[in-house]
Design a protein around this ligand. Sequence first.
Ligand code: G6P
Length: 440
Amino acid sequence: MAGIKIVTIGGGSSYTPELVEGFIKRYDKLPVKELWLVDVPEGKEKLEIVGALAKRMVEDAGVPIDVHLSLDRREALPGADFVTTQIRVGQLDARAKDESIPLKYGVIGQETNGPGGLFKGLRTIPVILDICRDIEVLCPDAWLINFSNPAGMVTEAVLRHSNISKTVGLCNVPVGMRMGVAEMLDVDSDRVQIDFAGLNHMVYGLNVYLDGKNITENVLEQLVSGEGLTMKNIVDLGWEKDFIKGLGALPCPYHRYYYQTSKMLEAEQKDFAEKGSRAQVVQQLEKDLFELYKNPDLSVKPEQLEERGGAYYSDAACSLINSIYNDKRDIQPVNTRNNGAILGLPADSAVEVNCVITKDGPRPIAVGDLPVAVRGLIQQIKSFERVSAEAAVTGDYQKAMLAMTINPLVPSDSIAKAILDEMMEAHRDYLPQFLKAATP
Ligand code: G6P
């Protein structure tokens, strides 16, 4: 590759300046020649605002990256080396429904877990698979790097239901956990290493090291004595000391939904009553961000972006692209084909695990058996992801019902059915596969 071409689908996202900053910082090693920001026609205004900021950022930094804007991904894709996807089908209004409808039934409303995660998957997967079909034809050698949530389920769908094999799913949770531990210990994050294993938003730090010395116990001790690890979008309710010590591994912030279900539900209901859903909070944050982005004198990423849960995502993305491009063979946690790294999970399923990143993609590092206490939950979430992906692809109502019911956050089949039907109706404009499947 001489001069890299990147195509970012969902380029009008408020997160895009992070990505642009990441490419600018790494330009010496990762010479991006063309950056195409692509969005749907409804996102034209946002794309133009973010695109203009991206152009000012590269100009101000003095790097020769050509930023192109397009509302047609088929125009952008030819010749791409990397395609990144950060889409939100139905925008934040759909997220608001994912978060608020389940709450009415006393079930956690969250955009990647439980019913919200299922519906985000049902809306997103068909679009990602369409993108895969375009990649196959227009840039068959490109890497597809997906951040769209639910990232684990989307990666599972791409691996099982597309012809694309050069794909990686990415999330900022592992990097956020490493940064959080570094902050807890008051050390530079480069000195902290974590053995990550599990699934997306269901990943554990099996061992934590400082300069190569295993300090897991010390970190867990701090975790239970008030130094909670969390992210902007997830409330920190502390942990029961004996649970964490018994677990012996570092949970991720999303584990709170499974291990503290009733407390998290109460907190979400309270938050919802006081401030509205997280989607509504983010809508306001986005409004403010776009006002800032419009300022013609702004040519760097504004600090306010750090109020979003996705902080550090560009670090994860740019480090990954850099390591593939330069065959760095460093270790990064990503979502990829298990290939036997985690025993007990299918070889052809997506897992989130530390990998050696080579020019041929991630090589998962063998974990072996997961601790017996976490195996069951991981299996259940993997079943949920697989069944959900199948429902998204086929438009089979009973598969969607199955996915909803086997999710551990949903307490019964009847509640599952009530939530499913209300959400199907609320999101019907974005679920054409179910309407087609229902037509005789
Ligand atoms: C975390 C998750 C991301 C998610 C984000 C939501 O960072 O890892 O997958 O997209 O939070 O943040 P938001 O600011 O949109 O609530």
